[in-house]
Design a protein around this ligand. Structure first.
Ligand SMILES: Nc1ncnc2c1ncn2[C@@H]1O[C@H](COP(=O)(O)OP(=O)(O)O)[C@@H](O)[C@H]1O
Ligand SMILES: [Mg+2]
Length: 381
């Protein structure tokens, strides 16, 4: 029997919190999701229609998983893109397209892409090794980034002066001019196979000083109409130049002189879009689903100003989860807690997030700070 849109199977590589929130939206459409993840206890385990334990990097595992699906997407970039390419060559729908995943797996290729396509980004030089970084010391102050396998700040370090050269990465990477930015913002864009394209309003990200993870996110970003327009235009240009289908998060720097530069991109639902579940007409997860399934895209507009805080495992606690402050937080108006179902916590592990809605952006900031102090993820003694 020919498959209808209702019984197409969407396969997702990765079964973490992003996959879990994607499933939460897919349920509303009776859209079955099959998950592949190496961790038998991954957050999607109990809610996917089919959950397979296996490596995302192994060609045969990814290929045979993809064979059993109709449309394949990802919730993480580090997957076997060659297997996805073969699946695409054989007629499977793979979004984001495998060549885009390859590009994004290597920050060096990503930067070259911006350069070749006239997309504004921080000036950079490629480096092959630690001694190469040392030889290029005139480029300091700079940010040294690993080409591959860095994520959540783990492949990124600031080299301010010659004294810092000692810690330079001894692997292929790049040096990027240290940008004295005014703000870090993110714009999410989505595109389906028909070519429909929408952009979300910009959000403002505040990073944790040491863990290098988003600590607070505010929507809308407090930026001028001109900067907002520029950021949206750049984000749209990136997805169009990539010819990509799916959702794309574009991280940008707004410099003190009002320039907007692309930092990096993620071709999947992203931490900077979690608030969209409650704060926007269409959440980033539903939008990704609509985009990869080639359904009409939804309205990305904000319904209410929002703040999002990541619930990270407290430093100093490892083991079975114990949550503090949940009851107090639940009493408040417009507070939405999301827990990702991870059984074990460890320092700075992403265990959940909270979205706070408030019409008044000033109160919103105060409340976000308070809720962040209130809810703590610790472990049972
Ligand atoms: N060129 C730069 N100038 C100043 N800060 C930067 C620069 N590049 C990265 N950063 C800071 O480091 C953070 C992490 O870098 P990023 O390239 O986004 O790596 P990751 O993959 O870890 O998210 C950014 O969000 C930003 O705060
Ligand atoms: Mg980043």
């Amino acid at each position: 029997m020919a498959k209808t849109i209702q019984n197409q199977i969407l396969g997702v590589l990765g079964g973490g919190q992003l996959g879990r929130m994607l499933i939460q939206s897919a349920i509303n459409y009776n859209q079955d999701i099959h998950i592949l993840d190496p961790d038998p206890n991954a957050p999607c385990r109990d809610i996917a229609q089919h959950f397979q334990v296996g490596s995302l990097k192994d060609f045969d595992t990814v290929y045979s998983f993809g064979k059993s699906c109709d449309v394949i997407t990802v919730e993480i970039e580090s997957v076997n893109a060659d297997a996805l390419q073969k699946l695409a060559d054989e007629g499977k729908k793979v979004f984001p397209q495998p060549q885009i995943l390859k590009l994004i797996q290597d920050k060096r290729e990503q930067k070259k892409f911006y350069q070749d396509n006239g997309i504004p980004t921080a000036e950079f030089v490629l480096t092959e090794s630690k001694s190469d970084v040392i030889a290029k010391k005139d480029f300091l102050p700079a940010v040294n980034k690993l080409g591959k396998e860095g994520y959540d700040g783990r492949g990124v370090q600031i080299l301010r002066s010659e004294a810092d050269l000692e810690k330079a990465f001894d692997a292929p990477g790049l040096l990027e001019k240290l940008i004295d930015f005014d703000k870090e913002i993110a714009v999410t864009v989505a595109r389906n196979e028909n070519g429909d394209l929408v952009a979300y309003p910009a959000v403002e990200c505040a990073f944790h000083p040491t863990a290098n993870l988003v600590e607070f996110l505010f929507a809308p970003a407090q930026i001028s109409v001109e900067i907002e327009a520029k950021a949206q235009e750049i984000a749209k240009e990136v997805i169009l130049k990539l010819d990509m289908v799916g959702i794309l998060a574009v991280e940008l720097f707004v410099t003190k002189s009002g320039e907007v530069l692309v930092n990096e991109i993620a071709p999947r639902p992203h931490n900077s879009g979690h608030h969209t579940i409650e704060a926007n007409f269409t959440s980033q997860f539903e939008q990704h689903l609509r985009a990869v399934m080639n359904w009409p895209l939804g309205n990305p507009d904000l319904r209410c100003p929002a703040a999002m805080i990541n619930l990270l495992g407290e430093d100093g606690f490892s083991g079975p989860v114990l949550i503090e402050g949940k009851e107090e937080a639940l009493i408040e108006r417009g507070v939405y807690i999301h827990l990702y179902g991870k059984k074990l916590t460890k320092p700075f592990r992403k265990m959940g997030h909270v979205t706070i809605l408030d019409e008044n952006v000033e109160t919103l900031k105060v409340r976000a700070n308070r809720i962040k102090e209130l809810i703590k993820i610790k472990s049972t003694p």
